[in-house]
Design a protein around this ligand. Structure first.
Ligand code: 5GP
Length: 204
């Protein structure tokens, strides 16, 4: 059985990660979205269990204590975490997993799962990011400023160089093409499919 691949996508909110991720999930078979747990309140239109599992602080802390997260972090004043069960099930069932998580979470995963693939999605400039956040208008002024400050911190070379790929989301079509190519070519890496080939071609 082929092992599932974990595709980690990070980048400032407003940079287009969610659109890229949703399109990949529509276009590609055998790819599942990793539904994170969060203590943040749902935004309009978000569905519990589909976008996030919205849980209380107490529930989050309990999951941390029981070691039920593969990574977790405090982002923009709220807690977010990737459930370990979901992460490991995907690996063993051969399904690829797409994770939309911040740089702290990505760094925790990198330490334990070096075979995961790390992609960073960037807007073309901080000004364009601000325009996009204002247009989205779901966060309020204080939150927008907090997200912009964080975006400035995240583009530090020491953070970016830890990612395998950087996608600059200037034109959506090109960014989609880049992410599609990354996933498809990673799936063709010989080290990832050699066992499957052995089983199909060399079975007695
Ligand atoms: P938002 O509140 O806009 O949905 O997400 C805020 C940030 O939290 C985004 O950068 C997103 O990638 C990150 N995030 C979402 N889920 C997780 C998670 O499970 N772990 C970590 N570390 N970050 C997450």
């Amino acid at each position: 059985m082929r092992k599932g691949i974990q595709f980690i996508v990070s980048g400032p909110s407003g940079g287009g990660k969610t659109t890229l991720a949703k399109t990949m999930l529509d276009k590609l078979e055998n790819l599942r979205f990793s539904v994170s747990c969060t203590t943040r309140t749902p935004r309009e239109g978000e569905i519990d269990g589909k976008d996030y599992k919205f849980i209380s602080h107490a529930e989050f802390e309990q999951m941390v204590d029981k070691g039920q997260f593969v990574e977790h972090a405090l982002v923009h004043g709220n807690y977010y975490g990737t459930p370990l069960s979901e992460f490991e099930d995907a690996g063993t069932s051969g399904v690829d997993l797409l994770l939309d998580i911040d740089v702290q979470g990505a760094s925790q995963i990198r330490r334990n799962y070096p075979n995961a693939v790390f992609c960073f999605v960037l807007p073309p400039s901080i000004e364009i990011l601000e325009e996009r956040l204002v247009e989205r208008n779901s966060n309020g002024e204080v939150d927008i400023q907090r997200r912009l400050d964080r975006a400035r911190e995240e583009v530090a070379p020491s953070i970016l160089e830890e990612y395998d790929y950087i996608i600059i989301n200037d034109e959506l079509d090109k960014a989609l093409e880049a992410m599609f190519s990354i996933i498809v070519s990673t799936r063709c890496q010989s080290s990832r499919i050699i066992d499957k080939i052995k089983a199909s071609f060399l079975a007695e």
